[in-house]
Design a protein around this ligand. Structure first.
Ligand code: Z2T
Length: 829
């Protein structure tokens, strides 16, 4: 029952008094209204947090208007829609981003001023939405921003974890994990849709039935959980379009455990019901190791099943049958995490819609596109067949059937090459039988995308070589990108203003290609001076933060050298720390006169170690003990500082990146699929010290190797270097710094033994020793460049000017055209 319709709409609009207005006075009225009626605080007395809440609700109201209009418009136009399925979204804060994308920042600031508040201070009140681990999850968030801004008819689907990524606290230099109960203080950025809910089923058995003389399979599930929708509006910049990120929360289903009620055990029945909510309780914090956990599989299926029910309902509302499903629906698999949706769509089309195998398969293979984010074999998901069979018995059968057909097709093509057949099979035989989720995704998707050119080459020649040889046309790549709206406009307002001033326009915020025009002014001394001022301001902000967080005072004249990302052996934070030890050792051994030539450095490291990853945790401790020694050595003073920034997350990145001079992306070549941090630094005019890995190569094409510090073994040299093992000579300086750690120069001798062992005695899988000399040379080159302020500023400007290709707008346009086949659908303003 739709209430007022037809003829009454105008009256309704009149009652609404039209759309909300964005002048400061209207904003003030709205803020006060929300203080009084939503936050329920007296308008005579409310604090910064309450003001943040009231402001957020006022902004939310504006988002909702646009959201409604956008959805209405999509409904009317019925374009092909993209559904972006991801188990992780790292949205960070929403207030500043929404205010910026709505273009009401100045009005908000003025409105708040008159009420006695400061916009920047209120924005700081918000905690991060950290429903993801790292690069993959932040990429989803950047891509949602681009999808909205470019007017694409897209929806995001994910899971509404009660606990996001753990908070990192450091006690005595050791990482400890604490739960991130981010919903404790309410979340104005989501809209609970109690009526949008679907039953999701698990376990049970499969039986055969004969319907109309035909045999068919019927799944009799054993458990039902309800999925309730929470909508998160995603506003585009400079457009009315506001798309939706729909996250599912698990709730007990009404049909749950009815028997216990009748047996009279009411209390236990309620307690048992509540267990359903466990499914969406917590995000898995390991970004690339899968141990076949039942809860993880249930999370995946839960969100996939609810999303597909929602997508199919929406499709059916507009269309009579499934014939044009592939013309109206594109399903994007963000890594293998949502790949059960392949089996689920097959199941729905077969068992519920009764389309028959041929028709169902024909549809399924036209709608899925798959993006993979890794090169590491051990990161590829495998689900033990036993586990699969217990949780999703019908889906297992369907996967077997898909695999049977695939194996037949393959045999016909390549003959009885059983080694290859078994490598390519979706089912891995062996002591423990596994489902290879990546193989399932490749077989059933029309496109397999890598996340950089180099990554794609590795997929084709190593990781998925067999599949590439079979279907070369399936394999593409879309180099990652990041959104300039968050990573310049919101996080670096002074740089944003400077760029707009020199380009004479703000259009680059929507049309990133314009940034390249900054190249013309790279050697202009006026721009350089203003550029340096902006950097100074951001360094000051970062220095203040460092002092509050770690008590270390740092000099603004020093080069701020930053490595922030998840802690992993392949990302080689250890190489960085050993380099710092080498620098410290060199300074200590210098004559006083030599010291005057040393370029002062502040080395900054931040990142979370996966909770069960011992070696990564030892790297964090090492960083702290080395910092303790260096920072308290008066002999060294401002020439060298080392700081660890705790609890690295999106909003910390927004603060740190603009204040950096140099940033490090030093993974062992062939291990980082793309890397997106480097792109954020680039946009902010930070120079890169990097290995030739992931997207570095493409960055070199835009910026020029002469404006970067590239070092280390190349992708193709790595296997040989590894084979040589212990015969590869690490330089003497390397042996010396490792020895310092081994001998307990920084204390904790026994504790660091296993860490040192990973890079010595012929192991050194990640080639820390083999790359050490080359790393030090690159660092020395950075020192030399930093001394020449004009030259450095020019290089810095060229970094920003060349960063346009790494906007997620470019990535998304490429996906839209070449993978999804979707077109913009602009909501009238
Ligand atoms: C992740 O963040 C990435 C890859 C994963 O493989 C998992 C996670 Cl959680 C399963 C990263 C890559 O390491 C990084 O190179 C890439 O830039 C990013 O995904 C986005 O594609």
């Amino acid at each position: 029952k739709a209430g007022y319709i037809g003829g009454k709409e105008e009256h309704m609009f009149e009652l609404m008094d039209g759309f909300l207005k964005n002048d400061p006075v209207s904003l003030q009225k709205d803020i006060l209204h929300h203080v009084e009626y939503t936050v329920a605080r007296s308008r005579f007395s409310f604090d910064d947090f309450e003001a943040y809440q009231a402001l957020s609700h006022s902004v939310r109201d504006r988002l909702i208007e646009r959201w409604h209009d956008t959805q209405q418009h999509f409904k009317k136009k019925d374009p092909k829609r993209l559904y972006f399925l991801s188990l992780e979204f790292l949205m960070g804060r929403s207030l500043s981003n929404s205010v910026n994308n709505l273009g009401i920042q100045d009005q908000c600031a003025e409105a708040l001023n008159q009420l006695g508040f400061e916009y920047e201070v209120l924005a700081e009140q918000e905690g991060d939405a950290a429903l993801g681990n790292g690069g993959l999850a932040r990429l989803s968030a950047c891509q949602m921003d681009s999808l909205a801004t470019l007017d694409y008819p897209a929806w995001g689907y994910g899971l509404r974890y009660q606990y996001g990524l753990f908070r990192q606290i450091i006690l005595d230099g050791y990482q400890h994990e604490q739960p991130d109960y981010w919903l404790n203080f309410g979340n104005p950025w989501e809209i609970e849709r109690v009526h949008v809910s679907y039953a999701v089923k698990f376990y049970g058995t499969v039986e055969e039935e004969v319907v109309n003389g035909e045999k068919c399979k019927v799944w009799i599930p054993g458990e039902t959980v309800e999925a309730v929708a929470y909508d998160n509006p995603i506003p585009g910049y400079g457009t009315r379009n506001t798309i939706n990120l729909r996250l599912w929360a698990a709730k007990p289903s009404d049909g749950y455990d009815i028997e216990s009620y009748t047996t009279g055990d009411y209390i236990n029945a309620i307690v048992n019901r509540q267990k359903a909510e466990i499914i969406s309780n917590v995000l898995y914090p390991d970004d690339r190791s899968y141990q076949g956990k039942e809860l993880r599989l249930k999370q995946q299926y839960f969100f996939v099943s609810a999303s597909l029910q929602d997508i199919i309902r929406r499709f059916k509302d507009a269309h009579g049958n499934f014939d044009n499903f592939p013309e109206k629906v594109a399903l994007q698999l963000n890594d293998t995490h949502p790949s059960i949706s392949i089996a689920e769509l097959m199941r729905v089309l077969l068992d519920e819609e009764k389309l028959g195998w041929k028709k169902a398969w024909d549809i399924v293979r036209q709608v899925f596109s798959f993006t993979t984010h890794t090169v590491q074999q051990e990161a590829l998901e495998k689900v033990p067949v036993d586990l699969f069979e217990s949780v999703l018995p019908r889906h297992l059968q369907i996967i077997y059937d898909i695999n049977f057909a695939f194996m037949e097709e393959l045999k016909a093509k390549i003959g009885p090459d059983y080694a290859r057949l078994s490598r390519m099979s979706i089912v891995e035989e062996g002591a423990v039988k596994n489902i290879r989720v990546a193989n399932l995704s490749i077989v059933c998707s029309h496109t397999v995308n890598g996340v950089s050119r180099a990554h794609s080459e590795l997929l084709k020649t190593r990781v998925f070589r067999d599949f590439y040889e079979l279907w070369p046309e399936k394999f593409q790549y879309k180099t990652n990108g990041v959104t300039q709206r968050r990573w310049i406009v919101v996080s670096n307002p002074s740089l944003c203003a400077l760029i707009s001033k020199w380009l004479g326009t703000e259009s680059w915020i929507r049309n990133i290609d314009l940034l390249a025009r900054l190249r013309e002014f790279a050697s202009n001394s006026d721009l350089q001076k203003e550029w340096q001022m902006v950097k100074k301001v951001n360094k000051l902000r970062l220095a203040e933060y460092i002092e509050t967080m770690s008590g270390v005072k740092v000099s603004l004249d020093a080069m701020f050298d930053v490595q922030i990302k998840r802690i992993h052996e392949y990302k080689r934070q250890l190489l960085n720390i050993l380099g710092v030890i080498h620098r410290y050792d060199s300074i200590k051994n210098m004559e006083k006169s030599e010291r005057r030539k040393v370029v002062p450095r502040v080395c900054i490291i931040g990142g979370k170690a996966p909770p069960g990853y011992e070696i990564a945790k030892k790297v964090i401790k090492l960083c702290h003990v080395v910092a303790e020694t260096i920072n308290n050595d008066n002999d060294v003073g401002d020439l060298l500082k080392l700081v660890f920034i705790p609890d690295y997350n999106v909003s910390v990145a927004e603060l740190v990146i603009p204040g950096s001079d140099l940033s490090q992306h030093i993974s062992t070549a062939g291990h980082e699929a793309s890397g997106t941090g480097s792109m954020k630094f680039l946009m902010n005019g930070c120079l890169l010290l990097a290995t030739d890995d992931g997207s570095t190569n493409e960055i070199i094409e835009e910026i020029g190797a002469e404006n970067m510090f590239i070092f280390g073994a190349k992708i193709n040299e790595v296997p040989t270097l590894r084979e040589k093992g212990s015969t590869v000579k690490a330089p003497l300086q390397f042996a010396r710094v490792v020895r310092m750690v081994r001998d307990g120069y920084f204390g904790f001798k026994d504790y660091f033994k296993s860490l040192c062992d990973t890079v010595e005695n012929g192991k050194d899988f990640y080639l820390v020793g083999a790359d050490f000399a080359s790393y030090l040379e690159a660092q020395a080159a950075a020192d030399r460049a930093y001394v020449d302020k004009e030259k450095w500023s020019e290089m810095s400007i060229l970094c920003t000017a060349g960063s346009g290709r790494f906007s997620s707008d470019r990535t998304i346009e490429d996906y839209a055209e070449n993978t999804w086949g979707i077109q913009p659908c602009k909501c009238p303003s």
